[in-house]
Design a protein around this ligand. Structure first.
Ligand code: NI
Length: 141
């Protein structure tokens, strides 16, 4: 088993706000991230897949294929967008890095399964909201 990683980048605006809570409660929970006039992040998205190397090709997934998936399924939908307003798969969700990475997982996992190649599985997605804050997700365990 070998692990291959592709790193991508996008910029997006959002705010952390749960409309079921009062303004004060949101401020207490999310601090300045609840600012109603939005703020932005430079996100780094790091996607790792795993598989066994095909002895003829010397690889198990073409990195171009993986990169194209990420661009088409994720980046085109979130880059330079407002995560709260512009992204259908995040509709109604609090756009914490945790929630965002789980939605990214669902999309990429489904796409990779459609490859019909049991030899290539999603292993981990890391999402950096800032250079110091990131989450990592390995799917439901
Ligand atoms: Ni934020």
């Amino acid at each position: 088993m070998i692990y291959i990683t592709r790193k991508e980048h996008f910029n997006a605006a959002h705010k952390l706000y749960n409309s079921n809570f009062s303004y004060e409660k949101n401020l207490e929970l999310y601090g300045t991230c609840s600012n109603e006039n939005w703020h932005g992040h430079n996100y780094d998205l790091i996607v790792t897949v795993k598989g066994n190397i095909n002895s003829e090709t010397g690889m198990f997934i073409n990195l171009k294929t993986l990169s194209d998936f990420i661009k088409l399924e994720i980046l085109e939908k979130v880059d330079h967008k407002n995560l709260n307003l512009d992204v259908p798969f995040l509709e109604g969700k609090v756009t914490t890095t945790e929630n965002v990475v789980i939605e990214f997982w669902k999309i990429l996992d489904k796409k990779l399964r459609l490859l019909n190649d049991v030899n290539c599985q999603l292993h981990c997605i890391k999402l950096y909201e800032t250079p110091r804050n990131f989450v990592e997700y390995y799917g439901e365990k």
